[in-house]
Ligand binder design. Sequence first.
Ligand code: FBP
Length: 359
Amino acid sequence: MFNRRTTLSKFLIEQLKGSPDSNALAALLVDVAAAIKAISAVAAKGALDGNTGSLDTQNVQGETQKPLDLLTNEIILRHCDWGGLVAGMASEEMEQPFDIPGEYSRGRYLLLFDPLDGSANIDLNVAVGTIFSVLVHDRDDAPVEADYLQPGNRQVAAGYAIYGPSTILVLSVGQGSHGFTLDKEIGNFILTHPNLRVPDETDQFAINTSNERFWEPPMQRYVEECKAGKTGPRGRDFNMRWIASMVADVHRILIRGGVFSYPRDNKAPNKGGRLRLLYEANPMAMLIEQAGGLASTGRNRILDKQPEQLHQRVPVILGSKCEVERIERYHREFDDGTDQPFVSPLFNERSLFRPEARA
Ligand code: FBP
């Protein structure tokens, strides 16, 4: 039962063999995995530890914080601040980056994370997750905020944990995306989903359709056509899913395909969508691309986007290649005015969004 099972540590040693500074990166990912085990245990306690409900505080996004948002943030900081592997950390739950305390040495990595993604679901006992991204800080002095503002194509590692019936860690160090299931009896992550692949084609889309009237016309066009199914231009029926935990929706796509969208909406046209670029969109984009999918803002590759602010948001459209390419084409046709056949029943104005606001 326990023979020939590849543990996370063994896998990382193999994957990173010969890479520069491979031991330090492997050690950092093992520290992150240890924090994820601790979060898995805390999340599994649910209301037993009084960690449900909401606080009367808000995070930098103006979102009401949950006790677990802060607790999971602390768990990651405490697992990773003392090992001499990171130069600094940034989190959805902290307005400013975290500086490594003076008593500890600094390493060369920047760790960025959303400690508890989908936290609105925690009281509902629906799967939530942790998302993380690793960048390089190649100076000896302490990082400042600008050092975190690197495009996603500079990530050296990215991953997420999904806390569901089982706890699964999916990560990439640039050689594919791979899944590990936590064996709680021995406290080890075991390789169970090697070389994940996103099918090019899909009949499943994930989006919060309650925002439909606020989307740009190309997004409306795409979803209208999916809903029309066999009776419309796609000529086949589609299925819709929306778990409202990005980790769970993306995990489904990595396991069976699909396209996930959280597009820009004109509820807050300057915000550029809901999801954060540095510690949600970028790590998920790396995992999806490493598994053969695409990750776009609708107009540009997410991983090429130059961040301007630590907590900036970005429209996210990711998953099966053919569907992401179609959505990008619809955006191009809208921008250059060649999408005439489709007139959204909800939009009379063609350019409801200021061009400069586009990602
Ligand atoms: P946080 O919980 O970290 O803020 O994540 C944002 C998120 O919960 C995503 O996980 C999810 O995809 C999205 O918001 C759901 O948004 P909505 O509630 O508007 O459907």
